[in-house]
Ligand binder design. Structure first.
Ligand SMILES: Nc1nc2c(ncn2[C@@H]2O[C@H](COP(=O)(O)OP(=O)(O)OP(=O)(O)O)[C@@H](O)[C@H]2O)c(=O)[nH]1
Ligand SMILES: [Mg+2]
Length: 426
């Protein structure tokens, strides 16, 4: 099983940076950083796109259907003429028609014929196949030699992260294909696979060793792998009842092809993740840290949490009551644990503060004069996130101080319900 790297944590950090810098005055340096953070966040939030390209009738749509596990795309010589078709994940089946310069239109269900009649630049089909959460399939129109379709293929390949160039095994990897592919950027070539289709046909099968040995010699700098595949056989193998014919699936090349595609997609995801992490460490997190630095040095004495109990207003302030209950539960955990796990502790603190930041944002539970308190909670969430990257005991102490300050703020804001209570939080 190929491990697909998760991106949730990095996307969350990037979003924090984007939110924290949204209202800052524009400067070329900051604008550049924000553009980069946005590009990283979009790339890591979307599925890795796999393009199926090749000459007319090479077997692109058949292969895309095989990987989608569904007969979505029309195949064969006389099929409906279609632009680029994207097969992606959606909870319920839907078809979206899109143009480069117009708003898209979405129909429910899989309605390719109706979509094609709108004459769109591309069509996106959404189906509920879990694997499509990680990869989306881009079925490109066939390309001919040195005509308009050739240029169209090169243009559309700019939208994909990995490509599978389909070449019919009866006459594999012709000069025209090589010519087109040599104009594809190196980064995409490094992430791409040459699929030698029709490998189930006897003439292709008989010559396969020779063809593969030639193509493997030529693949350097062009493809990360060359994989033979007999697509209709692979589809038949997977459709066997009561269970798929795994020996046939392996024998016809289905297993290898699926593995190579996942490997290419996963490698691409990893390199995007590495690039985002490098920018986070070098630029975005230090910037966020500078922005969220507390103005006042926190009081480092005592365990901090206790002091929040001292200046309590009368407890007719539900948000304060809930807050104290939440931090009391952390204190309880601390007392019970023989050893504090700083990472788990900091994460619990962050989750609680984040919950209350949302609650404060959503309602009018505090004195209107305390309108700065929600942003204090937001800043504290960022700080607690940053502390999770530090080592030693200091982050735990800092976290306790942050909670104490927040307790004081809430106590102050809640004191409006008791006219006799003095405000000390300013
Ligand atoms: N025997 C065999 N037939 C295949 C294979 N792959 C595709 N075909 C057949 O070849 C024909 C063309 O396949 P398609 O999947 O429509 O090819 P395509 O590249 O999408 O074609 P265009 O979109 O028209 O450029 C169909 O009749 C498929 O059933 C294969 O591996 N083996
Ligand atoms: Mg096709």
């Amino acid at each position: 099983m190929i491990d697909f790297p998760g991106t949730e944590k990095e996307v969350r950090q990037l979003e924090r940076f984007l939110t924290a810098t949204e209202a800052l005055p524009s400067s070329p340096d900051l604008d550049d950083l924000r553009d980069r953070a946005l590009a990283h966040a979009e790339r890591l939030s979307n599925a890795v796109s796999i393009g199926f390209a090749g000459e007319f009738g090479a077997g692109k749509s058949s292969l895309a259907n095989m990987l989608a596990g569904a007969d979505i795309l029309p195949t064969g010589p006389q099929h409906l003429k279609l632009p680029l078709v994207i097969v992606a994940f959606s909870e319920t089946p839907e078809t979206t028609v899109g143009w480069w310069n117009r708003e898209p239109v979405t129909y429910s269900g899989i309605v390719l014929e109706k979509a094609a009649a709108d004459n769109p630049d591309f069509i996106s089909v959404g189906i509920n196949t879990p694997a499509l959460r990680e990869i989306s399939l881009f079925d490109l129109p066939g390309s001919g030699a040195l005509d308009d379709t050739y240029k169209q293929t090169l243009d559309l390949l700019k939208f994909v992260d990995c490509a599978i160039w389909c070449s019919n095994g009866t006459n594999a990897w012709r000069e025209t294909e090589r010519h087109l592919w040599s104009q594809v950027p190196q980064k995409l070539r490094d992430n791409s696979i040459l699929a030698v289709t029709h490998a189930d046909l006897p003439p292709v099968r008989d010559a396969l060793d020779r063809v593969l040995s030639r193509l493997n010699k030529e693949k350097s700098g062009m493809f990360r792998a060359v994989v033979p595949i007999g697509t209709p056989v692979a589809v038949r193998a997977m459709a066997q009842e009561p269970e798929p014919d795994f020996a046939l699936w392996e024998d016809c090349g289905g297993q290898k092809l699926a593995e190579h595609v996942l490997e290419a997609a996963s490698a691409r995801r990893q390199s995007d993740l590495d690039a985002a992490r490098a920018d986070l460490t070098e630029h975005f997190l230090p910037r966020l840290e500078a922005l969220t630095e507390p103005d006042a040095t926190p009081d480092l004495e005592g365990d901090g949490l206790a002091s929040s109990d001292m200046g309590l207003p009368p407890l007719n302030n539900p948000i304060l009551e809930d807050w104290l209950a939440a931090i009391a539960s952390i204190r309880e955990d601390l007392r019970e644990a023989s050893q504090i796990d700083p990472a788990a502790f900091l994460q619990s603190c962050q989750e609680i503060v984040e919950d209350f930041a949302e609650r404060l944002d959503g309602g009018s539970e505090i004195d209107p004069e305390g309108d700065w308190i929600p942003s204090e909670f937001e800043k504290a969430t960022d700080l607690l996130l940053l502390l999770q990257f530090e080592t030693g005991d200091a982050p735990v102490k800092d976290a306790i101080n942050i909670l104490t300050q927040l307790s004081d703020s809430l106590a102050w804001a809640g004191s409006s319900v008791d006219p006799g209570h003095s405000r000390t939080g300013t």
